[in-house]
Each structure stands twice: as structure tokens, then as C-alpha cells.
Design a protein. Sequence first.
Length: 385
Amino acid sequence: MLNGMKNLSIYGAKVWVGDSEPPKEKILHVSDGFFTENPTDDAIEVNASGLVIIPGLIEAHAHLCLNAGDDWEKVQNNDSSRSMSLRMIENAQKMLRAGITTIRDLGAPTELAVSLRNAINEGIVTGPELFVAGAPITTTAGHGNFWNGEADGELGVRVAVRERIKAGVDWIKVMASGGNMTPGSNTARAQYSIDEMKAIVEEAHRLGTSVTAHAHGVEGIRHALAGGVDMIEHCTFQTENGSEPIPEVIAEIISSQTIVSPTLTGSLALQKGTELYKKRTELTRQLVEGGAQIVMSTDCGIPGTPHIYLSYALETMHDMSDLSAIETLRLATSTSAHLLSLDDRGKIKTGLRADLVALNEDPTVNLAALRDINFVMSGGSFVHR
């Protein structure tokens, strides 16, 4: 799927480097997987006339082990570890072909997630660069317990953090509230006490690892904030009547600089024109206009949200937030790279990873152009499409 890294000079294209400026014509030089200031003597010239080149996209919340179908539970329950691993590889490669060169996987069996990340890094299989959380930490019978991540009490959750870090995860994920895909869990209520959340964060930070918390209802969001998590997934302020944000909680998210990963799903886009969509739009605008730190994410793999959904989610964010197309696109490139501490990517700049997407139209004018791909490069290697 990837050909070997070559020394290249790509000319003729307009390049959006990942900042606030529109694309400009620029020659790009690539050597040993990174952008360089000057060409090498053996550089191969690539004519990209008429194309617009942007940094590779970053998906901050994926589930490679899920099939995005209504039958997800049946498929998962009947999976062997081998079949699930193959599905994860295929989904990762689909995403790479769609221009997503970096993925944060936030829910899968720990051993499978870590093994796939390592296999990609070692060149055994091809795929985007992965950063994985493995099995989320959840209460007994809590949301996502099907990934075998149950832990209870302050000592229990500390042990759970240590086990995941021993296994080699990049992030700790905790289910701070119930979730929509786990019958019997309660999205409106917190799953863990504040003291348990503090224990998770303290232990992870002691070991140099960041914590993100799944949280829908306001109680789960409050407990995540009180526990000191680094990021909140979903952050929907979910009630039976849709999103109902609490101004003082929004203010705390912003003042604490807790990152928000909003997971704009396929089902959300289908609600356009409804009261539910209007309420979620109001929440999104409060976060954006208040200066919240936001990474772009979809929760891809869940029913109705295919793994290549990121471009559509960016259109939803553009519609909900009133951000410009460029500002929206930065959420899935330079902004996400910065907030996820991935300082070696997210922009087209000398010294950074040569992750890029070459498009036939300009996505800084029309985000739908993200689906009209000419070629993708990951770490200096072309992706076969």
C-alpha cells in the first residue's frame, strides 16, 4: 500500500501549509520522510500542477475494531482476535487512503490496539500512525465494558492505569459517564466519583500519560473536570431533550483549558433542521466563541459513522460553528497536532513529517474537496489508492 520513501521535489501545486493564509504556489522538498528546505541531488521531480496540497488529516477519536454498522454488537461478539485484527488493519488503511495520516484509537482490546500500532511503526503492515488507549477504564457493567476494561474503587482504577501503561498505551481513556451503546449504563450520570477520577488522573500523570474522559451528561462532565482530565470526549451535555449546556460548566472547561473532542457523528448530520441539531449548534458555538480548545473527531466505527467520515464531520463543524473553512480545516491538522502534542506534524513545514494530501480542488474554499483526492503521502511515502 505504501511505496518506499523517496527524495522528492513536488512542484506546480498550490500549498496550504496549515496556517490562517490561503494556499500559495510552492515547491515542496521531501527527504527521508520529512519536509526539507532544499532538494537532494537525487530528488525525483513530481509534477502536481493544478492540485492543492494540504497537511495530512488527524482523526482524534476512532474505533478501528468496530464496523460502523447497526450489527456492530453481533459482529464484535462473534469476532475472534484474528478477525478483529484484520478488520482493524482494513479500517486503518481505508482511513489512510482518505487522507487521514494520524489516528487516535480510543476503544479496542488493549493487546490488539497496541500490536497494530507497533506493527505499523515497524513496517509489518501499512497504515496511518496510530496513538492508542486500548480498553477504556469503566465501572463494572459500565459503558464499553465489552472491551474488558472494568475497574472499581480508587485502588482498582490506579491498578487499571498501571496495567494499560505497562501494556504500552499512548493515552488513558476513562468512561466518566454512561454511553449510548451500552444498555443499562446511564448517559446522564457519572460512572466514577470525583475521588476515583482524581486517582486515575494522578496515576496517569505520575507515569507521564494524558487522560481523556468520555462524558455525555453534565454530571460526568463535572466529575471529569474536578478530576483534572486533560480532555473530554463528546462533551454533549446530553439530556432526553438534547444538548443543554450549563454556562458555568462551559466557563470551567474554557478556563481550565481542558481540550474538547466533540465527536461529530453521522447521526448528528442527519438531524440537521431539527431541534436537537439546533441545540447542539448552540453548544458548539458557545465552546468556539468562548475560546475552548477543540480537536476534530468523529467517533468513527460506531453505527452510522464510517471510518472515512472526517471530511463530512468537518462540514458539520463548519455549519455549526460559523468558523471559516480554513479555521475548520485547522482543527483536523495544525490545531489537533498542537493540542495532541504531536509537534512533528500538522503543518507543511521544514523538519516536520511529510504527511500530505493532494486534492483536485481547494478545501479552504469548499471542504467537500477533501473527498476529491489525487494522492496521499504518509511519512514521505506515497499511498496506493
